[in-house]
Design a binder for this molecule. Structure first.
Ligand code: DAT
Ligand code: MG
Length: 149
């Protein structure tokens, strides 16, 4: 089963949106297999955002993600990587569609509430960067037969 890495950023935690964001993913039918609240180290932040290292917004991005607690999560489900990106919405909350997390709750690209892996390969890398194997729980929700044909 496909897995993706999602992280509620410090703005989402400070604004009390953890429950709402988790609720949306649960309600969609995805399965939570890993969850932890953490203060992100500068080293982890820089590794996580390595592809953006040369961008002008990189220092601000690293400062922001290390500025307060983050909720790191792994979610599982058929097609969860692309689908979670759709639930999250476009990078800039001002242009993100209403109905998406960023579209409903954000107004600025530097405060866009949540990270989601952008591809299956990236997800594999990010899950292993943020979680040890023993922190992930494989389980079969009893609802499965009502979610999948
Ligand atoms: P996404 O988070 O939608 O995958 P991304 O990978 O292009 O977007 O960028 C990573 C994060 O960097 C993004 O969530 C917010 C920040 N960011 C991106 N573009 C930015 C910009 N032009 N100015 C400020 N921050 C930006
Ligand atoms: Mg990205």
């Amino acid at each position: 089963m496909e897995r993706t890495f999602l992280a509620i950023k410090p703005d989402g935690v400070q604004r009390g949106l953890v429950g709402e964001i988790v609720r949306r993913l649960e309600a969609k039918g995805f399965t939570l297999v890993g969850l932890k609240l953490m203060k992100v180290s500068r080293e982890l932040a820089e590794q996580h955002y390595d592809v953006h290292r040369e961008k002008p917004f990189f220092p601000g991005l690293v400062n922001f993600i290390t500025s307060g607690p983050v909720v790191a999560m792994v979610w599982e489900g058929d097609g969860v990587v692309a689908s979670a990106r759709k639930l999250i919405g476009a990078t800039n909350p001002l242009t993100a569609e209403p109905g998406t997390i960023r579209g409903d709750y954000g107004v600025s690209v530097g405060r866009n509430l949540i990270h989601g892996s952008d591809a299956v390969e990236t997800a594999r890398h990010e899950v292993s960067l943020w979680f040890a194997d023993e922190e992930l729980v494989s389980w079969q929700p009893s609802l499965t037969s009502w979610l999948y044909e």
